[in-house]
Design a binder for this molecule. Sequence first.
Ligand code: SF4
Length: 492
Amino acid sequence: MTDTPAANFLSDPFDDDKLREECGVYGVFGMDEAANFVALGLHALQHRGQEAAGIVSYTPDTGFNTVRRLGYVRDHFTKQSVMDILPGRMAIGHTRYSTAGSKGQTALRDVQPLYADFAMGGCAIAHNGNITNADALRSQLIDRGSIFQSASDTECIVHLMARSIQKNIPDRMKDALRIVEGAFSVIAMTRSKLIGVRDPMGVRPLVLGRRGEGWILSSETCALDIIGAEFVREIEPGEMVIITSSGLESLRPFEDRDPRFCVFEYVYFSRPDSVIGGLSVYEARRRIGVELAREAPVEADLVCPVPDSGTPAAIGFSQASGIPYAMGIIKNQYVGRTFIEPTEQIRDMGVRLKLNINRAVVAGKRVVLVDDSVVRGTTSRKIKDMMLDAGAKEVHFRIASPPTKWPCFYGVDTPEREKLLAARMSEDEIRTYLQVDSLRFISLDGLYRACGNPAGRNVAEPQFCDACFSGEYPIEPTDARARGCMKLPEDA
Ligand code: SF4
């Protein structure tokens, strides 16, 4: 294993006001230099986690080889000296954003893939999602003698596999994953198998691809495109696939549940060039803009996106409303993570470091600003101030998601409920707080329509997970309820 020392990161200050996906996973089977393809795939999934990345490869000669590093994929996995450590025709990788509790102190021991030696051979595991009963499982496992080496919830899967009496690794994984609750898209690799599993509700994405004789598992289709792989299909909710040199076997190890894919993947997390459930993410976002223009029309001169994730919805809003589209805000593509200490002065500059108002375009205009979400509201307020400073006559916000009122427990970093603006304020109060001329969020029904459900949200059996908007949690958040630190709708 090759390690780098822990470092202090200052997260992108703009992103403090966004929900953040915590992980992307990628696996390759049966391709020369598999780790190089995994590195490219992880690079395409970098938006799903920017704090750390890891790759494990396997060859019969060298066994399992691991490199886990803090920082961007490109910081490490472009170097020949690093890739030389990762030979073989099989590899899996993971890119990670740490949870709020460990932000700023990312520990290398938490970086995935995790690796464990079992009596029947080694196994590397990479997980996207969150185990909602991990605290309870961890304390039970520790009571029974397990020694944890990381703070990662994923390690519970490893210890549960170690305690299983099954004779092979896939069966041990089945045993372990039947005990854990929550959202998981897991990729695992043994000496001869690449395994992919999705939780019974399929909350987080996982897709299957092919390139020549090789197989690929990936969080998103955009990471198949980067290596020229063909999209085969999605791994279905509750499905386990086992890929060997003989081909692919599909199993159904869990009880059937109604799927509840994360609707926020369409709004923000996934890349717009990915396809989910047969619907392009870009097209879903554009349709959200169309729905918003119908639900919340406004008289204005320009429609401008808050870049980048507001862009397709702004295009849709412009198309449906007839109001001209313009780039009223320009994003500096080169501001990201820095290694400088976060002084107050620099924090205040956060939004300006990343976004600048295109004064020549907005001066004297009534501007509709389309953003993907309002989380804490701090960025929206600063953008509005910058717009007015640049001479905009009116500022109208249109938001491509319903008010974010509840925390996510399924693999997305969310501020505590009290810090979610919409948990404390009505839409009108938020408008007053932001001091904008008007503010409207898309309705849940409008969002569902845009995401391929023309009749809107099925109230009895919603087609997606939308808990952060509705407070209806499809999977019991066991640990959060036990901690009592985040009030849930029933407790409120
Ligand atoms: S709570 Fe929100 S962010 Fe979390 S999985 Fe559900 S829809 Fe996605």
